[in-house]
Ligand binder design. Structure first.
Ligand SMILES: NC(=O)c1ccc[n+]([C@@H]2O[C@H](COP(=O)([O-])OP(=O)(O)OC[C@H]3O[C@@H](n4cnc5c(N)ncnc54)[C@H](OP(=O)(O)O)[C@@H]3O)[C@@H](O)[C@H]2O)c1
Length: 321
């Protein structure tokens, strides 16, 4: 089968398209004929092998050479113990281990997969899983009138965080690089900040929730931007910030009543189904930046690595029998 191959960490030119043996599903796996896949910030991290948590995919090189965690396709075969899906079912979801989507076929346990809504295209389904589950958890519990800041809103996951926060009635400030300001406003953000021009952490007592997709600041700085009782969520970013947040969160809460936490977003079918229902109802919409054919995956990774993407980069598979 045709597959994208990344056998070491590095820049986008380590990514090639080649031939790999078609996977054989284990007894508890399904084989998916991939129709579309999409890239997230985590794929950029898996490309370069940084931050350090990206090396969970393999210390010196990725154990699974095929990148990509978000997938949509048709079940081609099922293992002997799989009862919930049958060949022909249309499914989508995040792959366990965050690898394997950018190939004509992938074998995976079915527990993370959901049935694709019939009215939704494979492409539109493939851009939801990781970004959708992050947005679902990051915006849970928001109330009308809450003030929300989304740091790093111009990448893969930001559109759904901004969209759902607006849907729940929040006033949203979105932060990213200066040339993405118009895009942030197009997403529906009430205010757009360029991180090169202004440090949002200087905004004292302003936000009920901060969702940080690219955490760089120490916890003692970020909590000052929160209103009393507010919550700061680290979603992704520097490993040292994640560790510092885990350590400093409880004392900050004890001292100030503010919550400074790492948001753990499990790969979850329930969350995927819940956020997809919101998207189908029109509560929020993912943004597709560009769509590449599988053969041009290296260009897709070059765009991902450049950070020029506004929203999701998707990859479509060739239509073959
Ligand atoms: N917590 C969990 O359980 C969990 C689960 C899954 C994934 N994740 C993590 O969540 C993150 C997902 O984010 P994503 O997919 O939306 O990432 P993304 O596509 O990389 O988007 C991040 C955005 O932030 C911008 N940015 C860079 N530096 C910035 C700064 N100093 N201030 C403000 N914005 C800045 C980036 O611009 P440039 O592109 O120009 O740099 C980009 O537009 C990843 O780190 C992933 O590992 C966490």
């Amino acid at each position: 089968m045709k597959a994208v191959i990344q056998d070491r960490y590095g820049t986008a030119d380590v990514v090639t398209v080649g031939e790999l043996p078609e996977p054989v599903p284990a007894d508890d796996e399904v084989l998916i004929k991939v129709r579309a896949a999409s890239l997230n910030g985590s794929d950029r991290e898996h490309l370069v092998g940084q931050p350090f948590y990206a090396r969970l995919a393999g210390l010196r090189r990725p154990r699974d050479p095929v990148p990509g965690s978000d997938v949509a396709g048709t079940v081609a075969a099922v293992g002997r113990s799989v009862t919930e899906y049958a060949p022909g079912d249309e499914v989508f979801g995040e792959l366990a281990g965050y690898r394997g989507a950018l190939a004509e076929y992938v074998a995976t346990p079915p527990r993370l997969l959901a049935r694709k809504p019939p009215e939704m295209s494979f492409l539109n389904a493939a851009v939801i899983p990781q970004a959708g589950c992050i947005a679902f958890r990051a915006t849970r519990g928001l109330r009308p009138g809450d003030r929300v800041l989304v740091n790093g809103a111009g990448g893969a996951g930001g559109a759904l965080v901004v969209g759902l926060a607006k849907h729940f009635g929040a006033t949203v400030t979105a932060v990213d690089r200066a040339d993405k300001k118009d895009y942030l406003r197009d997403l529906g953000a009430d205010d757009a900040i360029a991180f090169e021009e202004q440090d949002w952490a200087d905004h004292r007592d302003r936000y009920d929730r901060v969702v940080d997709l690219v955490a760089q600041r120490p916890p003692h700085r970020v909590h000052q931007a929160l209103r009393p009782g507010g919550t700061y969520f680290v979603v992704g970013g520097h490993t040292r910030v994640l560790l510092a947040t885990l350590a400093a969160g409880p004392p900050i809460r004890w001292r100030t009543g503010k919550h400074v936490k790492v948001l753990v977003v499990p790969q979850s079918r329930d969350d995927l189904e819940a956020v997809t229902a919101l998207i189908v109802d029109g509560a929020a919409a993912p943004v597709i930046d560009r769509v590449y054919p599988l053969g041009e995956a290296a260009a897709a990774f070059a765009r991902l690595a450049s950070g020029d993407n506004r929203g999701k980069i998707a990859v479509e598979m060739p239509l073959s029998p």
